[in-house]
Design a protein around this ligand. Structure first.
Ligand code: DC
Length: 232
């Protein structure tokens, strides 16, 4: 039995930095709840798409979406293959990872009313502590008092190579490494320059550049960080 005190662990970083994989595995090893905050932005985006709130050209009907926020309930359910995201009770885990959702999520995630609603829900998930949450603004906005904050900071080239290899393994041989790198750099730019809660390293975060780490080395590093803080 783990006698460490229950803490909040915030893992922030760019897309394709491997933060979801590490957050999930850390939560599993220490018996904490894992919350994927990006999945929440994706679920709201799916709702907006399904209710005709994303207009031609990609603009979002902000007024309609803001008015609908009280009708959007997001939960997480443990499943055999990991945790699934529920949108108003419906399992949408697969749909929220689709290209359709990925292409529309950035303009939804910049809407202040959406962020306020989701940040409030994320804070409610952390009430009992004992959670690992990953995202962009977890250590800065959602849980500025988190005991352990990790900022994953692998270079764009490393992340693009990982994504490109993943695509190759999935049978996509058309997309070039240069195209993936361009996409990664442009998403980094959006994440860092948006007005509402941009991706920013919290002053008290611990940096992790996992470019040259194996998954096992990364997991061991995370457990060391956890023991350093929770065991103190
Ligand atoms: O991590 P991800 O790719 O699943 O995130 C999906 C989108 O949500 C991405 O555009 C960044 C945004 N996001 C955010 O703005 N704040 C968070 N805490 C998590 C994700």
């Amino acid at each position: 039995m783990d006698n460490n005190k229950k803490i909040i662990i915030a893992i922030d970083g760019f897309s394709s930095s491997g933060k979801s994989t590490m957050a999930k595995e850390l939560a599993r090893r220490i018996g904490y709840r894992y919350i994927d905050s990006g999945a929440m932005y994706r679920a709201v985006t799916l709702y907006a798409l399904e209710h005709g709130m994303i207009l031609d050209g990609g603009n979002v009907d902000t007024t309609a979406l803001t008015a609908a926020l009280d009708d959007i309930r997001i939960d997480f359910q443990p499943c055999a293959d990991g945790q699934h995201t529920l949108l108003n009770g419906r399992d949408v885990e697969k749909e929220i990872r689709s290209l359709r959702v990925s292409s529309s999520v950035s303009p939804v995630a910049v809407i202040p009313a959406v962020r306020h609603a989701l940040v409030a829900q994320q804070q409610a998930f952390g009430k009992e502590r004992g959670i690992v949450m990953d995202g962009r603004d977890i250590g800065t906005t959602v849980f500025p008092d988190a005991e352990l904050k990790i900022y994953v900071n692998a270079p764009a080239e490393t992340r693009a190579r990982r994504r490109w290899l993943e695509l190759q393994q999935k049978g996509d041989t058309d997309t070039t490494y240069e195209q993936v790198l361009e996409n990664v750099v442009s998403r980094d730019h959006i994440d860092m320059t948006r007005e509402e809660s941009p991706l920013r390293r919290a002053d008290d975060a611990v940096d992790l550049d996992n470019s040259d780490m194996s998954i096992e080395q990364q997991n061991a590093w995370l457990i060391d960080q956890y023991n350093r803080v929770a065991g103190a």
